[in-house]
Ligand binder design. Structure first.
Ligand code: 3PG
Length: 402
């Protein structure tokens, strides 16, 4: 994929560089975890640009706020990074829906000194961001000389700060975005066989495209978590009180015709999903109307862990059980260990991604064993499903930068 990297010249003295990062991290915690991979991957580049004298203007989204809400303000991020990483960062309370608000940001940047780093307010507070508004894109562009997209995890969104802005500034790919693209391209182009994928999580409807795409290119696609529930129903098994998307059952039925789709053969069930429960292992035929499925069963855990040791390419996204509850975390933890064990082998290429999956690796301290951890959940899956055609990447490819 022909993406133009941004090369750091000797001096960038006073060059205004607008960077789209994806610093969308959990907001429910009181403290923003500055050790999150999304910060670790992008901060060294930002720091390097600042040290070369660039004026760096950062923009990111945070959560999916419906309106301006201090819980989703990027001020929390700027403060946390400044405090814990020691990188000075000025938050700008930007109101870009008005010309006055835009002028005030422009003035702030015009008064900046080489090396200054600014963080604009959450782009999702700005009217038109998600609709890719031309006016907003031009306003973003008015702050800088150059645009860099270093937000792989947002590239599946055709938003103004990802796509629109590229029309109005010379635009480049940032190093962390390039690392992601190069790693995931290995999966698209001639992955070393056998290629096994493990897909978990909650909603089949959001993962249909990627499952279909994986079923075409992978030798085996293991489906776990609540994502497997419509498949159980399509196979004629009961799922008790477990959740299922009704529309998904007929789609699951069609997918089951594929020989390479692997559905769990047993499950851990309980009367409710909680930390206090003592789950029972049941084969699918034994699941009763009062049961809730919380994890893949013991035979499935053993079989999948063994089979994964034969893979030469592995992709994993999404827990295979309700991992946030200890009694239902075993399946996901075992899969994580199995993938890490195999991925560690030199000839094997293992990729893991997604907001629910990375914390599992982190808790089990397995990050180093995986060849590539993608910061993108939706973006990683859509990259595979669309064969690399994400709006954010296509916008960069169209650029000639003349
Ligand atoms: C992610 O965490 O996957 C990205 O930041 C995308 O977030 P979004 O789904 O809210 O666009």
């Amino acid at each position: 994929m022909a993406l133009i990297p941004f090369s750091i010249k000797k001096s960038l003295h006073g060059t205004r560089i607008l960077i789209r990062v994806d610093w969308n991290v959990p907001t429910h915690e009181k403290i923003i975890d500055t050790e999150a991979l999304k910060f670790q991957r992008t901060l060294p580049f930002i720091d390097a640009l600042s040290k070369k004298g660039a004026i760096v203007i950062l923009m990111t989204h945070l959560g999916r706020p419906k309106r301006r809400d201090p819980n989703y303000s990027t001020k929390r991020i700027a403060d946390a990074i400044q405090k814990r990483e020691g990188i000075p960062m000025d938050y700008i309370d930007s109101h870009l829906e008005s010309e006055r608000g835009t002028l005030s940001v422009q003035k702030r940047i015009a008064d900046a000194k080489p090396g200054d780093i600014f963080v604009l307010e959450n782009v999702r507070f700005q009217r038109g961001e998600e609709k890719n508004s031309t006016t907003l894109a031009k306003r973003y562009a008015s702050f800088a000389d150059v645009f860099i997209n270093d937000a792989f995890a947002s590239c599946h969104r055709a938003h103004a700060s990802v796509v629109g802005v590229t029309k109005y500034l010379p635009s480049f790919a940032g190093p962390s975005l390039l690392t992601e693209v190069h790693a995931l391209e290995r999966i698209l182009h001639k992955p070393k066989k056998p290629f096994y994928a493990v897909v978990g999580g909650a909603k089949l409807m959001t993962k249909i495209g990627v499952l279909q795409s994986l079923l075409r290119c992978a030798d085996r696609v293991y489906v776990g978590g609540a994502l497997a529930h419509p498949f159980y129903q399509a196979m004629g098994h009961g799922i008790g009180k477990s959740i299922v998307e009704k529309r998904a059952v007929s789609i699951a039925k069609k997918m089951l015709k594929k020989k390479n789709i692997i559905i769990p053969m047993d499950a851990l069930v309980a009367s409710s999903i909680s930390n206090k429960t003592n789950p029972k292992n049941k084969i699918l035929d034994e699941i009763e109307s009062r049961d809730v499925i919380g994890d893949i069963g013991i035979e499935t855990m053993k079989k999948w862990s063994q089979e994964l040791q034969k893979a030469n390419t592995i992709v994993w996204n999404g827990p295979v059980g309700a991992v946030e509850f200890e009694p239902f975390s075993h399946g996901t933890n075992l899969i994580a260990h199995a993938i890490a064990r195999r991925s560690k082998t030199k000839a094997v290429f293992g990729v893991v991604g997604g907001g629910d999956t990375i914390p599992v690796l982190h808790t089990l301290q397995l990050e180093k064993e995986i060849d590539h951890i993608s910061t993108g959940g939706g973006a990683m899956l859509e990259f595979i499903a669309s064969r690399g055609k994400l709006p954010g990447l296509q916008a960069l490819q169209k650029k000639k930068n003349t």
